[in-house]
Design a protein around this ligand. Sequence first.
Ligand code: ATP
Ligand code: MG
Length: 425
Amino acid sequence: MSGTLQAVRGMNDILPEHAARWQFVEDGIRSVVEAYGFREIRMPIVEKTELFKRSIGEVTDIVEKEMYTFEDRNGDSLTLRPEGTAGCVRACVEHGLLHNQAQRLWYTGPMFRHERPQKGRYRQFYQIGVEVFGFDGPDIDAELLMMTARIWKALGLQHVSLQLNSLGTSEARARYRDDLVGYLSAQFERLDEDSKRRLATNPLRILDSKNAQVQAVLDAAPSLSDYIDDASKQHFEALCGLLDAADIRYEVNPRLVRGLDYYGRTVFEWVSDRLGAQGTVCAGGRYDALVEFLGGRPTPAVGFAMGLERLVALLESEGAPVPDSAPHLYLVAPGTLAQQQGLLLAERLRDLLPQLRVITHCGGGSFKSQFRKADRSGARYALVLGEEEVQKREAGLKPLRENSEQEMVHFDQLAARLASLFGWA
Ligand code: ATP
Ligand code: MG
């Protein structure tokens, strides 16, 4: 077969021109979570299929139709991770990280789900996730939400709002599920295909249907909040109180549920109205049953994951300035001697100025063609070195983004001059 090869549908290249914004998002999130004492954990991208079936649940969208599952050469069934929580819990249990100790962990990397690609929804996408193990009180839930609020501030994001709900205990949810199924079965013909299917498999998921008619049917449905047990209710009220005290605004949304079976009590989503249908940029909650279910000792847990493509898109739509990643300096050095000395001069500058981004012209060529490349590189200054300059141990510093004269600077003064020009002095 001939023709050029293309990336797999729904899996995107992130090109260099977009990398600065991605790094800004990643660095911003990382520095905030580290300020709260979180430590990074890195898990494999591939896990045994069984892990996801057991933790996410057999009748969820992810496990039923979105997983990239394959047989490896030994005949084991493996799956590209669709999310990070399962692998994180598996790693913690496997390495004894939860024995008599709490953990605050974060991770990042690509996740894979075979969904219909559209804006904000891809088949490979990136998440940063955090998981906390060992605390069952509402204080840690509150602190996680304070941390997310601080992340939005660090990134300069304005248009996100918090939705909050409590799912109660599994007993409360089971009683609610029965009544919800009873109510919806009587309205069966008004449901869309998706909801009809879910009625038999995962009825709570019908609550977050995007279909307007289904939402209208739900208006008269029993509400989960009437089924919540007292202890969960107190937990939730305490969380709300802590958020009020911290001045974090939220909306209680009784229809907010999560796709995973093991969520209980607190669930939340940060949603933006600037991203169309794919508006959730961060989602999470409490999953106190999962660690034990996967073979560990009973350990309360709470966490969330952020979708990085959506955060990058949100920054763009809010018009946030793109962080400057252009080189500071482009070294123009025509001729063999200047080329050789130029490489050494650039090394010396890198020794002295760790922040400096300097590109040396490689590949020879005339002064004119080198200078043209310097201009195209986006660099703020060209540093010009010819044979004569080498003899005098000086270089020409020529601003490229403004119309002003070249100045001659002695090699020994160069680092200090650059530091003062860039405000590093
Ligand atoms: P949605 O309702 O949008 O399908 P979800 O409940 O499946 O989301 P989670 O599993 O909670 O999503 O993942 C956490 C976050 O990861 C989401 O809020 C979103 O920002 C991001 N995310 C999830 N799936 C995708 C995807 N296919 N493409 C891009 N980002 C995604
Ligand atoms: Mg989904």
